[in-house]
Design a protein around this ligand. Structure first.
Ligand code: PMP
Length: 458
């Protein structure tokens, strides 16, 4: 049975009858009708009606090598024929997770050499939470259990992921969150800096709110701090340069582990393999997923630093945790082939030296001056455009994010897929974008902003 035998309307009806989508108002979706994406190639996706869209989100922050990579399909096919699955429980493994672990240790920041696999970012954050608590128990400090996170953080949608995250709406539906998680301030200068406060001072103040949380809980009770180097789903919130060094200092001072969530920033997005390297952070754990396979297979990898790994290995004792698909041989084969493409094509250097700087220049020149744009910010190939009613006062349009949805809908109608989160438009394109793809995106977004402004000021 192939989908080509179905009309869009039929697919939408069946979708409405049987399919509950993630992060969706199910009533609203049924009224609007699902957009069905049927194929993709390079930087473009195509819907069932043949419309071509430039994919400004790399799927969902993941398709870093772009679409249509036959090498990845072939790696999966070859592995499936040879050995589709075997587990890595009871003293077994298969070759591809073994080799992938060595590769990850080679590209990871210094002092990070062990890997624990899952199938999603959420799962790997569950692993990270369990592992840091296990570590402190092994160290004879079982009271060190509290994790400090931040408001607006996104760490996944499992119960632990949502508890670690700082999304108020998610917490409202969580019932009982995982105990022992507290939230400090987000490093979001656009909304939270004080009048006249410098970027530097704001960054230090935001980091000190983490210190306050540690002191309030009692440092002897705090296991770790967790943070995305750049908050992604929360709106591409890029912290000032003063933020991470201060966080690092605070973690060291109180002997609090540093957990980085690089599910979005990992594997090239900021112009280095990991943002830890581009931003000079020395983490104890790094959660990664998404671009590890460029989304061609579900796979996540928690990278574990020497401090935790040596305790876990030397002290021994079983870590009662793991997934059927931890180290899935097919997903790991695809990851190996994906990392090879990133390396062979120099995609990371390209982001660092060429397309990243050009992306910033282009968005700044073309969009920052627009009447409804309050700020444009970028790092590597990720960017945010703040939508405001008043550029000077940063007053937002009424409707809590409704204005950004208007921009998004015009963008999509003009061949540009980008995402709205709150009042922020976000971009996270495949790393294969060239200068001309960036120009194309800037043109389409500029047009969408013009059309949206006309609607919004009516
Ligand atoms: N952490 C971060 C920073 C993420 O952006 C995401 C997903 N967007 C997750 C964790 C959860 O990953 P997954 O959806 O694969 O569970």
């Amino acid at each position: 049975m192939t989908y080509q035998n179905f009309s869009l309307k039929q697919l939408q009806e069946i979708d409405g009858a049987h399919h509950l989508h993630p992060f969706t108002d199910h009533k609203d979706l049924r009224a609007a009708g699902t957009r069905i994406i049927t194929r993709a190639d390079g930087p473009f996706i195509y819907d069932s009606e043949g419309n071509e869209l430039l994919d400004g989100m790399a799927g969902l922050w993941c398709v870093n090598v772009g679409y249509g990579r036959h090498e990845l399909a072939e790696a999966a096919y070859a592995q499936m024929k040879e050995l589709p699955y075997y587990n890595s429980f009871f003293r077994c493994s298969t070759p591809t997770p073994v080799l992938l672990s060595r590769k990850l240790a080679e590209i990871a920041p210094a002092g990070v050499k062990q890997v624990f696999y899952g199938s999603s970012g959420s799962e790997s954050n569950d692993t990270a939470l369990r592992l840091v608590r296990h570590y402190w128990a092994l160290e004879g400090k079982p009271e060190k259990t509290i994790i400090v996170s931040r408001r607006s953080a996104y760490h996944g949608s499992t119960v632990a992921g949502a508890s670690l995250g700082g999304m108020a709406a998610m917490h409202s539906q969580l019932g009982a969150p995982v105990p022992g998680i507290v939230h400090a301030m987000a490093p979001y200068a656009f909304e939270l800096s004080l009048p006249g406060e410098s970027e530097h001072d704001f960054g230090v103040r935001a980091a000190r709110s983490v210190e306050d949380a540690i002191l309030e809980a009692g440092p002897q009770n705090v296991a770790a701090f967790i943070g995305e180097p750049v908050m992604g789903a929360g709106g591409v919130k890029i912290p000032p340069a003063s933020y991470w060094p201060e966080i690092q200092r605070i973690c060291r001072k109180y002997d609090v582990l540093l957990m980085l969530d690089e599910v979005i920033t990992g594997y090239g997005r900021t112009g280095a393999w990991f943002a830890a390297q581009s931003m000079g952070i020395e983490p104890d754990t790094i959660t990664t997923a998404k671009a590890l396979t460029s989304g061609y297979q579900p796979l996540s990898a928690l990278l574990v630093g020497d401090r935790i790994a040596s305790t876990v290995i030397e002290k021994g004792g079983e870590f009662y945790h793991g997934y059927t698909y931890s180290g899935h041989p097919v997903a790991c084969a695809v990851a190996l082939a994906n990392l090879e493409i990133i390396e062979k094509e120099g995609l990371i250097e390209r982001v660092r030296d060429d397309t990243g700087p050009y992306f910033r220049k282009s968005l700044m020149e073309r969009l920052a001056g627009h009447g409804i744009v309050g700020e444009v910010r970028t790092i590597g190939l990720m960017g945010a455009i703040e939508i405001v009613k008043d550029k000077e006062t940063r007053e937002r349009f009424p409707g809590d994010g409704a204005a950004a949805v208007v921009v998004r809908d015009h963008a999509i109608a003009n061949g540009m897929m980008l995402r709205a989160t709150g009042d922020t438009m976000i971009l996270s394109p495949p790393l294969i974008w060239t200068r001309s793809t960036i120009d194309m995106a800037a043109d389409r977004i500029a047009k969408a902003l013009d059309l949206a402004e006309a609607d919004l000021r009516k």
